[in-house]
Ligand binder design. Structure first.
Ligand SMILES: Cc1cc2nc3c(=O)[nH]c(=O)nc-3n(C[C@H](O)[C@H](O)[C@H](O)COP(=O)(O)OP(=O)(O)OC[C@H]3O[C@@H](n4cnc5c(N)ncnc54)[C@H](O)[C@@H]3O)c2cc1C
Length: 324
């Protein structure tokens, strides 16, 4: 079956776009290589009994635009999101929101009413003259009239190259200018509470640590668990180092700053985000163009505004442009 719009990526931008297009009467299909939906709004179960959990990508989100507020109000009402606090070093009045069971909660909720296929890595994008042809790692093929790509932009460009899909050169150049910082995320299970101050998060912005958060105080983990994000400079410097070594360095820095005691650590996991947050964005909310007459659009947090809200608004805007 040829779908109206095939969306690559079940992060917040892809899922919101899929909701809008499905509500507009289109047939859609969302493919994601991850084990679960949510993309960089990621929550990991750290113990088999699920008592310890950690958000290892986005830690919280904020809302500035009424268009995004509408969706957030819906999530608050259905209890997939909750307010965490109104600031980390003093209250500045702006709510910081979290997912109810971690940052993936909203994505999981949305995916229930959408055709989403996870563990499906797209490896090739091509055309047969009439439609887009999408091939996955396991050899499955899909066809679509329109395509929406929501991975971090460098990954989307690699996909285009897989099938020699040539964009107009000005557009290609503009997309190539979108750049991201990498980030190491360390997830710790502790056997006693951390010393991270209330409300359970510190935007350290230091040379080594960028952020440290207490998932128990945040309300998503029964057992004490901590997330540490390495700074962009630290992560770049140690990008290919042994993960355990990287984790230990970040733990040392956290202990030296008084946030935790190494002796309390039960387990440690380390994740490397190659494309964590954009440092150079495409100027508009999305890019829509056509290749040999077939519509293709790009969206995500690399478009105009970074962060969860930027990604959401980008997906919504791209979807409007893809309505028939
Ligand atoms: C460490 C870290 C900390 C952050 N902290 C915050 C924060 O506190 N607040 C905030 O607002 N934002 C934060 N962010 C940013 C926020 O997570 C992102 O802006 C937002 O989640 C991006 O959503 P997206 O839909 O654009 O992309 P993504 O969530 O990355 O979704 C893209 C999806 O595409 C999929 N994909 C990629 N390639 C393929 C392929 N070939 N085939 C199939 N699927 C593919 C990926 O699996 C992914 O699920 C943070 C991000 C990180 C990594």
């Amino acid at each position: 079956m040829t779908v109206d719009t095939l969306i690559i990526g079940a992060g917040i931008s892809g899922l919101l776009a899929a909701s809008v297009l499905q509500n507009a009467g289109q047939t859609v299909l969302v493919l994601d290589k991850g084990r679960q939906v949510g993309g960089r709004m990621a929550t990991r179960r750290l113990t088999k009994d699920n008592k310890a959990r950690a958000d290892h990508g986005a830690q919280f989100f904020t809302v500035r635009e009424p268009e995004f507020q509408k969706w957030v109000d819906g999530w608050l009402e259905e209890k997939s999101a909750a307010e965490w606090c109104k600031g980390f070093s003093g209250r500045d009045g702006y709510p910081r929101y979290r997912g109810m069971q971690g940052m993936t909660t909203m994505a999981k909720q949305m995916a229930q009413s959408l055709p989403v296929q996870t563990q499906t890595k797209v490896t090739n994008i091509d055309q047969d003259g009439q439609t887009w042809q999408i091939t996955t790692e396991s050899g499955d093929e899909f066809t679509a009239n329109q395509l929406l790509l929501t991975p971090p932009v460098p990954q989307s460009l690699t996909l285009l190259d897989s099938g020699n899909v040539t964009l107009p050169s000005a557009e290609r150049q503009a997309l190539e200018a979108v750049q991201y910082d990498p980030c190491f995320a360390v997830m710790l299970v502790l056997n006693s509470p951390s010393s991270i101050p209330v409300p359970g998060g510190v935007q350290v912005r230091g040379e080594v640590i960028d952020w440290i958060g207490d998932n128990q105080q945040k309300g998503i983990s029964e057992q004490p668990s901590v997330t540490i994000h390495g700074s962009p400079a630290f992560t770049r410097q140690h990008l290919n180092d042994d993960r355990t070594e990287v984790g230990n360095r970040l733990v040392d820095a956290a202990q030296a700053a008084g946030y935790l005691n190494r002796d309390d650590i039960e387990s440690m996991q380390v994740h490397r985000w190659m494309y964590a947050q954009p440092i150079e964005c495409y100027p508009d909310r999305y890019l829509k163009t056509a290749v040999n007459g077939l519509p293709i659009a790009f969206a995500g947090d690399g478009f105009r505004h970074a962060r969860v809200e930027g990604a959401a608004l980008s997906g919504l805007a791209a979807a409007e442009s893809l309505k028939f």
